[in-house]
Design a protein around this ligand. Structure first.
Ligand code: DAT
Ligand code: MG
Length: 150
């Protein structure tokens, strides 16, 4: 069986709400292996590259503003079938349609602020992990400021 890698990113709302541990816990419990973890403030350029397939959508500018609005937690997870399985653990894109016991189903009601990103296929998994590893390291002072503003 094929061991894959997926890129999981706790989005700014998940970080602000203190859901990082909860999210990591769910992937660990399932049995996947955490192979990299970094705190970033995503640049506009990186955000636009990450979501380039959605460039034509009306919500694209707001999506980019949101994803660059605060720190994100970038993670690489490894395991058999991890890409599809992670998508199941995360749940549907629209949180009101996400099943209970999924991350989005349990933790959010807002589509834009849907807590977490997961790669949609194994090729994208590798690509997104590579991109994140080049991203600019996040300044922890900005992170603390952001959390205090809640
Ligand atoms: P997913 O994150 O489930 O892979 P996606 O790749 O289609 O979903 O979209 C990326 C993000 O864009 C999604 O997590 C939230 C936002 N988004 C998607 N559809 C949206 C919509 N109709 N209105 C507002 N934001 C949307
Ligand atoms: Mg997607």
């Amino acid at each position: 069986e094929q061991v894959d890698q997926t890129y999981i990113m706790v989005k700014p709302d998940g970080m602000q709400r203190g859901l990082v541990g909860e999210i990591i816990f769910r992937f660990e419990k399932k049995g996947f292996k955490l192979t990299d973890l970094k705190l970033f403030k995503c640049s506009k350029e990186l955000a636009e590259e990450h979501y380039k397939d959605l460039k034509q959508k009306s919500f694209f500018p707001k999506l980019i503003d949101y994803i660059t609005s605060g720190p994100v937690v970038c993670m690489a997870w490894e395991g058999v079938g991890v890409v599809a399985s992670a998508r199941k653990l995360i749940g549907a894109t629209y949180p009101l349609q996400a099943e209970p016991d999924t991350i989005r189903g349990d933790l959010t009601v807002q589509t834009r602020k849907n807590v977490v990103h997961g790669s949609d296929n194994p090729e994208n998994g590798k690509h997104e992990i590579g991109k994140a590893s080049y991203a600019i390291q996040f300044n922890p002072n900005t992170c603390n400021k952001h959390r205090c503003e809640l």
